[in-house]
Design a protein around this ligand. Structure first.
Ligand SMILES: C[S@@+](CC[C@H](N)C(=O)[O-])C[C@H]1O[C@@H](n2cnc3c(N)ncnc32)[C@H](O)[C@@H]1O
Length: 265
């Protein structure tokens, strides 16, 4: 069993809905830390963190800025975390969602802390994708590919139209800076063209936002792919595209193994 006193850096996630998705283990670490460096724009999550550790809680949101490259912000986050570790404090980084999902600074902080001889650990948490699976009824059994939207747009990434497809940060596609409300949607048109080469214009796509607060419904907007450039996905939106077709069977392997029936979970 892990001794809670051993870790010097612990990286946790508050889930998408901090009131219901904080694990008991995460709560214990937030309480036990000398410094809780948190990243959330959600006032409820902020209040929960501050009430768990009133003396040690410190927001990192001041490191974000309009027109500032997100990569520069991530470097600043790691540097501030390391400064507290070097002062001999036990540091808890608390970010919304899962701390390892599209969260460059948390992975880098763990790597850097270990490289400097500190003990560091990341705990799993509920991510936006976990909420999406539940709210949209998506089962990974059919295969699921997920990309960061700008990464998908700017690189030659593979798509399997027989899989579920999730595109993160669709509201900021084609933008490398941080914006507080809406991003300029420069890349949405080009992204749509790229996707239409696989799915055609009329395949349904869903813009999804998981609720951050108890008792609130998710925001789910579905329409044909060709209409995507006319939508306004927010920074919190994730895009989901259902499979277009069934996978092509590998008849050779099925024949070799005598397994011509449909595989089920
Ligand atoms: C920097 S990533 C952080 C992901 C986060 N670490 C997680 O585990 O979900 C930000 C992206 O997460 C997704 N996201 C964040 N909050 C969301 C929400 N409430 N509903 C749906 N997607 C969300 C969006 O794709 C957003 O652009």
């Amino acid at each position: 069993m892990t001794d809670i006193n051993n870790e010097q850096l612990i990286v946790v996630g508050t889930g998408i809905r901090a009131t219901g998705q904080l694990t008991i283990e995460t709560i214990a670490w937030i309480r036990a830390a000398d410094k809780v460096l948190y990243i959330t724009a959600d006032p409820v999550a902020e209040e929960v963190i501050r009430s768990l550790n009133p003396d040690g809680a410190e927001s990192l949101m001041d490191l974000y800025g309009s027109d500032k490259l997100r990569l520069d912000t991530y470097a600043d986050i790691v540097e501030r975390t390391m400064n507290y570790l070097r002062q001999g404090l036990r540091v808890c980084m608390a970010v919304y969602g899962h701390p390892g999902v599209l969260a460059m600074s948390t992975h880098e902080a763990v790597r850097k802390a270990r490289a400097e001889g500190y003990t560091a650990k990341m705990l799993p948490a509920v991510s936006a994708a976990d909420c999406l699976y539940a709210d949209l009824g998506v089962d990974e059994f059919g295969g699921c590919i997920s990309y960061e939207a700008t990464d998908f747009l700017l690189n030659l990434r593979a798509i399997d139209p027989a899989c579920h497809l999730i595109l993160w940060q669709i509201g900021g596609v084609g933008v490398l800076t941080y914006e507080t409300h809406h991003y300029p949607l420069v890349g949405l048109e080009r992204l749509t063209q790229k996707l239409m080469a696989y799915y055609g214009p009329n395949h349904p796509v869903t813009l999804y936002e998981a609720p951050q607060f108890a008792g609130v419904d998710p925001i789910i907007g579905t329409g044909p792919l060709c209409q995507l450039p006319h939508s306004s996905p927010t920074p919190n939106a994730t895009m989901y595209i259902p499979p277009l077709a069934k996978p092509q069977p590998d008849t050779q392997v099925q024949w070799e193994l005598g397994m011509q029936t449909q595989v089920t979970a």
